[in-house]
Design a protein around this ligand. Structure first.
Ligand code: THU
Length: 134
């Protein structure tokens, strides 16, 4: 069943809380992600930077990892929805790496993020043209 406006607002509130836990001393961009999983629970993620910059983990993939430890069936449909927020840039669509990962676990799911003119949404099934698959 589709999410209500209230569900989406609640997801956003959780994402904001998660963004407060970001470790981002290098970029200053604190990203939070709240993932509504197929078990009905919300799993959180934040970006985790590193002095070796390229090792940085994005908030979205951090949330996917958090959910994976709890979900053992139909993992390709694990992500029902994920809301992404940050403290800086006016619009924060997920990066290419996160799209590839969400694609694998989010069949039928939706990505929400804050845009310059309010909330935006994307279908995970269409999030990455010609996504890589084996
Ligand atoms: N970042 C995310 O957490 N998610 C994205 O989809 C884009 C980028 C983080 C990584 C890094 O810590 C900071 O934002 C700046 O790139």
């Amino acid at each position: 069943k589709p999410l209500t406006k209230q569900d989406i607002t609640e997801l956003r509130d959780h994402a904001i809380k998660a963004s407060n836990q970001a470790y981002a001393p290098y970029s200053g961009i604190h990203v939070g992600a709240a993932l509504l999983a197929s078990d009905g629970n919300i799993y959180l993620g934040c970006n985790v930077e590193n002095a070796s910059y390229g090792l940085t983990i994005c908030a979205e993939r951090s949330a996917v990892s958090a959910a994976m430890q709890a979900i053992s069936s139909k993992r390709d449909q694990m992500v029902r929805a994920i809301y992404i927020v940050n403290n800086k840039v006016p619009e924060i669509p997920p990066c290419g790496a996160c799209r590839q990962v969400l694609f694998e676990f989010g069949k039928g799911g939706i990505v929400y993020f804050d845009g310059k003119k309010g909330m935006k949404k994307m279908l995970i099934d269409k999030i990455l043209p010609q996504a890589f698959r084996l």
